[in-house]
Each structure stands twice: as structure tokens, then as C-alpha cells.
Design a protein around this ligand. Structure first.
Ligand SMILES: [Zn+2]
Length: 296
């Protein structure tokens, strides 16, 4: 019996080498990544709000509600940390002016993709336009700043439903606006309502992804996180209310459950690259690590 099983295993492996699929479907899928960034969304408020779409992602995925963002807890440095995989001491973006980022040594992860796997199609769609200031010529197949979350979602859904795409980054901004206007607090009804609206946008994107014509041949990793938290109508300080964010990873390749150890927004780029078959090189000096994913 043992010998027979051994023969089956050897035969299966041989078939794999011959390019014939013996039932290990996930090995034959194209790995793809969708990153959804929700600006200024505190993890405790996310848990307090009624968010069935985001709940479905983290409850069936890997997650941390104690993830860390940059000590300069404003959008410029924090989104750059998420998209480069390094903290502001390295990427040098310390404000929303994006003065002199060190793109040569710490580029957007799309740039790494272009260098390592130039055939992959990269999309970046944001409500908040400055996020694209760290993109270099040719890094993105497509990028657009729509200035309105619903419009961004509509564009994302249209692309996901029918376009060839390997990696997509999406930024939604209106939760942060609600925090500035109505306080970043679980007690702020309008802040929670804004999170619930964004949950519906996330639902539209996930549904669009489910409509993809070749979905059975694709292995999507969905990462959702935020650039920073907030309190008292603002953010920017190095305090837990501002620097604690959530990190959600959903898909076939995740290790379900709460992620042990430290998680940071810098893990988003590194985890996305890992899923795309681009392991981080030592020479890149990235600060992030692969979080919530199987390491093979
Ligand atoms: Zn803000």
C-alpha cells in the first residue's frame, strides 16, 4: 500500500513536470493581487461598523487589527511605506508634498514588478491623486485619480470585470474625510456610516472580481489596509490611535486566522510581490515581510 501511494505521488510529480495537471488546480492558476487601501480607517471603528463585505474577507482570511503604520501618521509617508515596503527613514517622504522621495533606492513596488516581471499588467486607481507622485515613467500600465470614491469603484469594477490585469492598487479616501469632519471615533455615527459606505464599495469590487471570465484560472490575493488612524478630527502623531491600522489578506494562498507577530503597512508591498513570485531581494533593503501568506 505504501509503495502504491509512493508510485501515485511520483506519477503525479512526473505529470506536473510534463505540464499535465493531476488535480492540483491552484498550482496552475495565475497569481494576481488586488490591494484596497482605505484612508484613515481605524481598526476599532471598522470592527464597530456594519461591514459584511470586509468581514467576509477577514473572517475567511489572515488579519491583524494591531498592524503598525509610520510614526509620521499622514497619508504621504504612510501610503509610500505601503507601496515601497520601507519606512520614511528610507523612502524620505515626510509630508504630503512628496519632496525628494528616494525612488532610486526605494521605488514603488510596481517598479520592482516591471524590473522582474515586465509582462505583468499593473493598475493604480486612487481618489487621492498625490499617491501617484512616486510612480515613475512606465511603472504602471494604467493609473487614474478620480477624486471620488464611487467613481474610483466604478472604474475598478469595469476593469476587473473584463480587462487583463495582474496587479491592482485602489485607494479610497472618504473615510478619512469623515474622520476630519466628524471625529475618528467608534462613537462617531457619521464616521461609522462612512466606513459602511466604503464596505459597499468593497463589495462592488469583490463582486466584479467574481465575474471575471477566467476566474477559475486565477488565484487572487486581496489585501486591504489603511494608511493611518486618527483621533479628535485629525492624525499625524506618533500615538497608537494614529499609528494602529488593520491588515487583511484574503485568498487561497493565505494562512487563515489572526497573524502572529508584528505586522506593518510595509508588509503590503512585500506580500504582494511574494504572491506574484517576486521574493524580496536582500539588496532591496525592504522593511516589510510576507504577512499572512503561505511561504511556498
Ligand atoms: Zn487625513
Amino acid at each position: 500500500m505504501v509503495i502504491r501511494n509512493l508510485i501515485i505521488v511520483v506519477l503525479s510529480c512526473s505529470l506536473l513536470f510534463l505540464g499535465i495537471q493531476p488535480g492540483c488546480a491552484q498550482k496552475w492558476k495565475e497569481n494576481k493581487v488586488l490591494i484596497i487601501g482605505i484612508d484613515g480607517c481605524r481598526p476599532d471603528a471598522l470592527l464597530a461598523a456594519n461591514t459584511p463585505n470586509l468581514d467576509a474577507l477577514w473572517k475567511n482570511g489572515a488579519y491583524s487589527f494591531q498592524a503598525r503604520t509610520d510614526v509620521i501618521s499622514i497619508s504621504g509617508p504612510c501610503w509610500t511605506a505601503m507601496l515601497t515596503g520601507v519606512w520614511q527613514l528610507k523612502h524620505k517622504v515626510i509630508s504630503n508634498d512628496y519632496r525628494q522621495p528616494d525612488l532610486k533606492n526605494y521605488p514603488h513596488f510596481f517598479h520592482r514588478i516591471r524590473e522582474e516581471k515586465p509582462d505583468l499588467l499593473t493598475y493604480s486607481l486612487a481618489n487621492w491623486g498625490p499617491i501617484h507622485k512616486i510612480l515613475q515613467e512606465g511603472d504602471a500600465t494604467y493609473y487614474a485619480s478620480a477624486g471620488n470614491d464611487a467613481r474610483v469603484t466604478k472604474q475598478v469594477a469595469a476593469i476587473l470585470e473584463k480587462e487583463e490585469v495582474d496587479v491592482m492598487f485602489v485607494q479610497l479616501d472618504e473615510v478619512d474625510g469623515a474622520g476630519h469632519s466628524h471625529d475618528y471615533s467608534v462613537d462617531s455615527e457619521k464616521y461609522l456610516k462612512a466606513i459602511e459606505k466604503i464596505d459597499r464599495e468593497v463589495g462592488i469590487m469583490v463582486q466584479a472580481l467574481a465575474q471575471r471570465p477566467k476566474l477559475e484560472k486565477e488565484n487572487w490575493l486581496i489585501l486591504v489596509s489603511s494608511d493611518h488612524g486618527g483621533s479628535d478630527y485629525g492624525h499625524g502623531k506618533n500615538i497608537p490611535e494614529h499609528t494602529t491600522v488593520f491588515y487583511i489578506a484574503s485568498g487561497e494562498s493565505v494562512i487563515k486566522g489572526e497573524i502572529e507577530g508584528e505586522v506593518g503597512v510595509v508588509d503590503v508591498a512585500v506580500s504582494a510581490l511574494h504572491h506574484l513570485g517576486i521574493p524580496a531581494k536582500d539588496s532591496w533593503y525592504l522593511d516589510g515581510r510576507v504577512s499572512g501568506l503561505k511561504l511556498f
